[in-house]
Design a protein around this ligand. Sequence first.
Ligand code: B12
Ligand code: SF4
Ligand code: SF4
Length: 387
Amino acid sequence: MRVPNFEKIKQVAKDAGLDDIAVTGVEPLFEARAAIKERKHQGLHAGMNFTYGNPERATDPAQLFEGAKSILVAVRRYKPPSVDEPQTSDPGTKAGVEGPKGVVASYVCSDEYGKLRQGLTTVANYLEGFGARTEVVMDDNRLADRAVAARAGLGWLGRNTMLLHPELGSWTVIGSVVTDAPIGGRSEKTHDGCGTCRRCSTDCPTGAIDEFGVLNANKCLAWLLQAKGPFPRQYRTALGDRLYGCDDCQVLCPINDETMKASETISPKDSKVDIVALLDSADEELMKQFGHWYIPRRRPEYLRRNALVVLGNSQSHNDLEVDRVLANCLISSEPLVRSHAVWAALRLGKEHLIGPDVAESLVEHDPDGIVRAELEEWGISLDSDSQ
Ligand code: B12
Ligand code: SF4
Ligand code: SF4
């Protein structure tokens, strides 16, 4: 096999829209393996699968295929949210004028992973032109992307666990091309640049980051929005207006200050979702619009669950449209939707939507008792004949 030159690969990657690329070997990522196992052991993974499913494999790139020798790791930057326009602090809107909005994290506002995959595939095709075997790997269970990127020298792993690239910051997605071509040009690891800063730990809305580089997914809003079951009551207020993903530990990170000032930012039209329209949409329409998100069990009621928490946090006390969608959600056939509608209605002070007659019908077809439990949290208990 002719060996491709790394400088030429860099040019191919740049032309394919990748912002930086570096090379490393396929040796196991022992530190990452220990970290993943430790998180799992402590239950900090909140039952997630991903790299936690098989930590040995996710940290042993040589297992990707026999003869794999090098990994080209690339980052692609995406637009951060606008700093001028608060994304998460003011879920309320002028009642009846605009209606409440839910905020979507920047990385899902456009198809960033699709563009990353395209760029990586171009690099892979280039290598294949030399007779090399390749495998594109990104954001799946087979490889710990941040660990391999850090080893390749693309940045350091910050306290918030993000890969912090010295020039691009953390507004990047990461992917790799694993190949049997022996590619030279390995870089040094980037030194830690967090120093004494602790901002992501102190300012995370739920306190999900405690020790350096340790995230407790049981508290992380980005995970809770994707997790099954009722949204944990103790984090509903902290959710604010986030509908999908959370960008706080990137927005507040000083390493990102320059990139946030310099870059073009996400337009609110791409990052804000109309909550009333979402709750009005039929299942099919919801999946058509948001089906590319990670939605538990691919069930649209999880989108409604998240939207109802956002709605409860909004200031829409006097919006008749809000009353209308809440009343519809209170008669949903899904207990998950009804229980979150109870929370939203009562948090907005709309007790009139839940009279005694409504409360009794709410707990019909509630096999897990989640609607009843929600009512009880608000001091509304039902006598035994309504069970
Ligand atoms: C599971 C997962 C999640 C989970 C858990 C995240 C977590 N921190 O564990 C949830 C759903 C919460 C999540 C959220 C987000 N995610 Co995510 N996620 C993943 C996934 C699939 C696996 C991550 C993983 O292996 N976690 C296990 C832990 C143990 O590993 P780690 O987080 O990488 O932690 C490393 C460091 O902390 C370090 N470490 C551990 N201990 C110590 C101690 C010290 C002292 C030091 C220095 C380092 C250190 O070693 C660990 C192993 O590499 C990856 C894709 C992939 N296949 O790798 C994407 C990935 C990490 N996610 C990504 C993104 C964009 C996000 C969000 C920003 C999305 C959003 N806006 O909502 C948030 C960010 C939240 C956060 N602070 O992490 C990007 C990150 C890009 C980048 N530049 O870093 C990835 C790489 C996807 C991709 N291919 O681009 N994610
Ligand atoms: S994504 Fe949000 S909730 Fe999760 S650790 Fe970062 S700031 Fe905290
Ligand atoms: S906020 Fe501070 S401690 Fe957290 S990742 Fe950024 S620089 Fe590091």
